[in-house]
Design a binder for this molecule. Structure first.
Ligand SMILES: Cc1cc2nc3c(=O)[nH]c(=O)nc-3n(C[C@H](O)[C@H](O)[C@H](O)COP(=O)(O)O)c2cc1C
Length: 387
């Protein structure tokens, strides 16, 4: 069954496997007139790129190529296709564990579904996080389009293990500055604590779980279509489709599940003639519809399953229990690498719903939309690493 596309009006289809020649994305529904360069996309891909501090040492430049849908620097209304070549592929590691699946990777479920003859066991194949580079490329286009209405999406690291952020960034600038942090963390003290924790985890050949938090600023009220296309449902599906993500929490959902109604004490108030929610405890979505408050949610990531410590499994050739230690190149904490992926998936869902609700042109961008894009996209550029 097909399962590689997402979205109704802004429709994203990714393709490619970890150890194939490339990964890529076809984006249908990009209106004409959007200025789009390779650098716009590369800017975002660099935030996800392996080979940075304390992430997998797989060296990929992740230089994208826009191979359709753009002419003279602008989109032309036809599908935008972006490819990213896989250059640093080392499949030997996976030959060694071909018949010894990692218990918490997709190896055995894929083997069971597709069979030994039709299963790409190299680096997780299609289930590898390499595919998320294509999502980030699509996310760059989505984020640029959201700028047409001043909507800004920012994800950052909320916690690693027990080390957790205490204060949510309050402004767009403070949130965006996290793009410059090596671990995408908004608090400099916390950043240092996380870095030393990650160093210790990596040196011991282990991995650790973490949480990514996302804020979406300037969202109009009323996005989301009851009952199955509620905004919270579409966001949850998109976020849970990210490899390694095991839970989605809207607003303070987990804390609220342990409280009494009276303790929550949320209120509707009027501020400057506008209806507002005083605490925004439900993260800007109620009844599946955006409220106009900042959207806030958390994505929970498990520890990387491929670790250098012994892992118990079964040898599929002998059906004997055995132990493996995974060599390969792996991230000590998926959550750190996942930050731009969460941001991209959020933008993809938001732009689709903005189009459905008529907030962003679907055929050709207006002059006002183009002006807004120039203004707001410059914020992302301002807070982007230089290399
Ligand atoms: C950006 C990113 C990087 C990842 N890096 C690794 C990695 O280096 N090693 C690994 O075993 N899993 C890694 N994962 C997680 C696996 O891809 C994931 O656990 C696997 O596909 C099984 O899917 P599930 O955890 O969603 O069930 C990464 C995930 C993301 C989003």
């Amino acid at each position: 069954m097909p399962g590689n596309s997402l979205g109704l009006l802004f429709r994203v289809t990714t393709f490619g496997e970890s150890h194939g020649p490339l990964v890529g994305v076809v984006i249908d529904g990009v209106p004409a007139g959007l200025p789009l360069s390779k650098d716009d996309v590369w800017l975002e891909l660099k935030l996800r790129r392996p080979g940075q501090y304390l992430t997998s040492p797989r060296r990929e430049s992740d230089e994208p190529d826009i191979v359709s849908g753009v002419f003279n620097g602008r989109t032309i209304g036809s599908p935008v296709t972006i490819i990213i070549r896989n250059r640093d592929v080392v499949s030997q590691y996976y030959e060694d564990i071909r018949f010894k699946p990692r218990p918490l990777h997709g190896d055995l479920p894929a083997y069971m579904k597709y069979g030994v003859d039709s299963w790409d066991y190299r680096g997780g194949g299609r289930l590898s996080a390499r595919e998320t580079a294509a999502r980030v490329a699509a996310g760059a286009v989505a984020k640029k389009l959201l700028c047409a209405r001043g909507v800004i999406v920012v994800s950052y690291l909320y916690s690693v293990g027990d080390v957790e952020l205490e204060r949510t960034p309050e402004t767009v600038d403070v949130a965006l500055r996290t793009r410059l942090s090596p671990v995408k963390c908004p608090d400099p003290d916390l950043e240092q604590r996380i870095l030393s924790l990650l160093r210790e985890v990596q040196e011991s050949g282990d991995s650790i779980g973490g949480v990514v938090e996302t804020l979406v600023f300037n969202v109009p009220p009323g996005l989301g279509d009851p009952v199955f296309d509620k905004l919270k449902a579409d966001l949850a599906k998109a976020i849970l489709s990210i490899p390694g993500c095991l839970a989605f929490e809207l607003g303070e959902g987990i804390r609220m599940s342990k409280m009494r109604g009276s303790e929550i004490d949320e209120a509707i108030i009027v501020r400057d003639g506008v209806l507002r929610w005083e605490k925004n405890v439900q993260g800007g979505i109620i009844g599946g519809l955006s409220t106009g408050e900042i959207i806030k949610f958390r994505a929970y990531f498990k520890p990387t399953s491929s670790i250098r410590k012994p892992i118990r499994t079964v040898d599929l050739e002998t059906y004997r229990e055995t132990t493996i230690t995974v060599k390969g190149r792996h991230d000590p904490c998926i959550a750190v690498r996942a930050v731009p992926v969460v941001e991209a998936m959020t933008a993809i869902i938001l732009v689709d719903h903005m189009m459905r609700a008529g907030y962003i042109s679907t055929d050709k961008l207006t002059l006002q939309e183009l002006k807004n894009i120039e203004t707001y996209w410059s914020l992302y550029r301002k807070y982007s690493p230089k290399s």
